[in-house]
Design a protein around this ligand. Structure first.
Ligand code: NAP
Length: 301
């Protein structure tokens, strides 16, 4: 029986592990994809204290190394359900295995939101992408588009502009929501074109994407691109835990800054919970808060 099971191995979950382990607890971290979480999709991180510039993959590796060095057990599994019974949690995974723990920290983050155009799902991997770091290299020397106006879209466009022939950055508003510094860096690139006040209406191409039809300022426009990188935000994935949580209308787990939920013994940390600022630093901060609250809970039962 573990003292604390942490579901999600991103910055929130791995920081929670470090704090719980240093408080002498037995800890398991379960991750379904890649330890490091969303940050592994960021080519450069320049706003995490202590690092002038670091790749997301390297930062994720360091977070994992630190948690393991402190004694964390880790599992690559997808959690499908959790049950609370007589002061302990049973965590069931898709592979059929299950784990028992006294307290749970949910640090499940959020996954990319879909654009919501017809045939989007059908063309995933055939021109429609959600991760420039993962798939950008396939489009070297070609024309691509990026959709979105936040930091993810701006960073994706910057990265793609280094290898793609032309990058159209499509945003539905007049101004970007992401950092000014990134917008300025993009404006200085000759192969980047801002396509503002524009929405993607449809995807062109049968088996492979060949272009986009846009509606821009009331007019229809066609863009010939072989890839479109969709970076229009994220959505949480808290369905498996819904019975024990209050979720807001967009699915985020309701909790205050203390990371506690309505269920004793269940804590939430990072992007999966309701909060106003979702950043690496706030995820890490949540990890510490949730872990210490979970330790207090475990000591009290
Ligand atoms: P975000 O900041 O929520 O931006 C999402 C963008 O997508 C917005 O510009 C939004 O438009 C647009 N959008 C949403 N739905 C759309 C739709 N259906 N069609 C067209 N456009 C749509 O998301 P994010 O860029 O993924 O960033 C999430 C958080 O992570 C942010 O806090 C960000 O600062 C942070 N982040 C940090 C780094 C870093 O380097 N530290 C890197 C990436 C992300 P509107 O502006 O009109 O709402």
């Amino acid at each position: 029986m573990y003292d604390i099971i942490i579901i999600g191995g991103g910055p929130a979950g791995l920081t929670a592990a470090v704090y719980a382990l240093r408080a002498g607890k037995r800890v398991l971290v379960i991750e379904k994809n890649a330890f490091g979480g969303q940050i592994t999709w960021s080519p450069r991180v320049e706003n995490f204290p202590g690092y002038l510039s670091v790749s997301g993959v390297e930062l994720g590796d360091k977070l994992l190394e630190q948690a393991m060095e402190q004694g964390a057990d880790t599992e690559l599994e997808e959690v499908t359900a959790v049950y609370f019974h007589e002061n302990s949690w049973s965590v069931k995974c898709e592979s059929g295995v299950s784990f028992e723990g006294k307290a749970l920290v949910l640090a499940t983050g959020a996954r990319p939101r879909m654009l919501g155009v017809e045939r989007e799902e059908e063309l995933v991997g055939s021109g429609v992408c959600y991760c420039a770091v993962c798939d950008g290299a396939f489009y070297a020397g070609r024309d691509v588009a990026v959709c979105g106006g936040g930091n993810s879209a701006l960073q994706d466009a910057l990265l793609l502009s280094e290898s793609c022939s032309r990058v159209y950055l499509i945003h539905r508003r007049e101004a970007f929501r992401g950092e000014k510094k990134l917008v300025e860096a993009l404006a200085a690139r000759e192969n980047v074109e801002f396509v503002l006040n524009a929405r993607v209406e449809s995807l062109l191409g049968e088996e492979e994407l060949t272009g986009l039809v846009l509606e821009q300022n009331g007019e229809r426009r066609k863009l010939a691109v072989e890839g479109v990188f969709i970076a229009v935000g994220h959505q949480p994935d808290n369905g498996a835990f819904a019975e024990y949580l209050d979720l807001d209308r967009t699915g985020y787990a309701m909790s205050g800054e203390d990371c506690r939920t309505k269920t004793p013994g269940l804590f939430v940390a990072g992007d999966c919970r309701t909060k106003s600022v979702r950043q690496l630093t706030t995820a890490a901060a949540d990890g510490a808060v949730a872990a210490l609250a979970a330790c207090e809970y475990v000591d009290g039962i």
